[in-house]
Design a protein around this ligand. Structure first.
Ligand code: XMP
Ligand code: MG
Length: 183
């Protein structure tokens, strides 16, 4: 299918709809194998993870529970600082649960490392991370992302849940923005 409304704003499509869907299927199969016989709770991070959560969870052939957290990370401009505030907490108690955090992208990893230690303090059986995208910076941090969709270059990307000023989340592709958009 043709990517919709990919016009002058978009510089380059990095991942097509097929690239994303094929990889998400592989990730779902891997997760299903790893959690065989165990219950798992998917915890999505709003809002960027909405698309990966919807597609990944529907690829599973078993039941899964889904909950969401909304967190905001203080930082200068586009850089995160690791100082995080909870805007919406989980509805569920995760004590004794196997938690899989579902994220759109890991950049510095500061947001996720804060989130993982916050979740661990609640006494879950396990906490693992699944992220669709990983930028090169993430390799330098301690955060261990168990399931990674794609390693991408260090440029700002939008689409498939990821936004620029709340736009482009509904693109079916992952793309870089044309420089005139943020200059
Ligand atoms: P850290 O650096 O803590 O931050 O791993 C991850 C969060 O930063 C946002 N982020 C992006 N959002 N395009 C986006 O739309 C990007 O290229 C990008 N890089 C980082 C995102 O909210 C992610 O959860
Ligand atoms: Mg995010």
């Amino acid at each position: 299918m043709e990517p919709q409304h990919v016009e002058g704003d978009i510089e380059k499509v990095l991942l097509t709809e097929d690239d994303i869907q094929n990889r998400v299927s592989e990730m779902a199969a891997e997760i299903e194998r790893d959690y065989e016989g165990k219950d798992v709770l998917f915890v999505g991070v709003l809002k960027g993870a909405i698309m990966i959560m919807a597609d990944l969870s529907r690829r599973l052939t078993r039941h899964v529970e889904i909950d969401w957290m909304d967190i905001s990370s203080y930082g200068s401009g586009t850089r995160s600082s690791g100082v995080v505030r909870i805007i919406k907490d989980l509805d569920m108690d995760i004590t004794g649960r196997n938690v899989l955090v579902v994220e759109d992208i890991v950049d510095t990893g500061l947001t996720l490392s804060w989130l993982v230690s916050n979740l661990r303090s609640r006494g879950p059986a396990s906490v693992e991370i699944c992220a669709l995208l990983r930028k090169p910076e993430a390799a330098k941090t301690a955060v261990d992302v168990r399931y990674v969709g794609f390693d991408i270059p260090n440029s700002f990307v939008v689409g498939y849940g990821l936004d620029f000023a709340e736009k482009y989340r509904n693109l079916r592709v992952i793309a870089t923005l044309a420089p005139h958009m943020y200059s």
